[in-house]
Design a protein around this ligand. Structure first.
Ligand code: MN
Length: 196
């Protein structure tokens, strides 16, 4: 039967430093995400879910299977959206135009997105997603929450679980979220927007 596999990172473990350390990547990708993938494979084994794409499982499953499927999908989107730190890192093209049209400016969007992550109580995810017409939305989601559950296309996400930042930032979640702007790969986010 089909098994989900741990995604391969498109960068070295230390490539995101100093924004995210190699140690955090090692635990977050190599231990936490691997654990979710293993639990997901165990949960779907011998069920009709074993033949479904991950996005479908996330919209149909419940309980522990949903938790592990949601974590797997969310982390896949999270880890694949980064690259090495860049100064003045900004979106371009149609996504940049949509952000400016809807939020007033890229800076206003960044403020609203970080605010969404900073005020999320406990563990979860802040998301930028869009509908088929390209309308953008920022949402706060709980542990297994993903915009696909609302029929939206997930574009960008910041993980606010403590395992995402505690080794590097301890309790300073807003500092971590603000630093993440340096490593967002806007080409990836722009492609997700164009392929919605
Ligand atoms: Mn995580």
């Amino acid at each position: 039967m089909k098994k989900f596999e741990l995604i391969t990172l498109p960068y070295e473990a230390n490539a995101l430093e100093p924004v995210i350390s190699a140690q955090t990547i090692g635990f977050h990708h190599g231990k936490h995400l691997q654990g979710y993938v293993n639990n997901l494979n165990a949960a779907i084994e011998g069920t009709p879910f074993a033949e479904m794409p991950l996005e479908t499982i996330v919209t149909k499953a419940t309980g522990g299977m949903l938790n592990n499927a949601g974590q797997t999908l969310n982390h896949n989107l999270y880890f694949l959206q980064f690259n090495a730190p860049k100064a003045d890192n900004k979106p371009v093209g149609p996504l940049a135009e949509a952000i400016t049209a809807q939020f007033g400016s890229f800076e206003e969007f960044q403020k609203a997105f970080v605010q969404g992550g900073a005020t999320l109580f406990g563990s979860g995810w802040v998301w930028l997603s869009c509908d088929a017409a390209g309308k953008l939305t920022i949402t706060q989601e709980g542990p297994a929450g993903n915009p696909v559950q609302k029929g939206l296309t997930p574009l960008l996400t910041f993980d606010v679980w403590e395992h995402a930042y505690y080794l590097d930032y301890q309790n300073r979640r807003p500092d971590h979220l603000n630093a993440l702007w340096q490593i967002v790969d806007w080409n990836v986010i722009g492609e997700r927007y164009q392929n919605r």
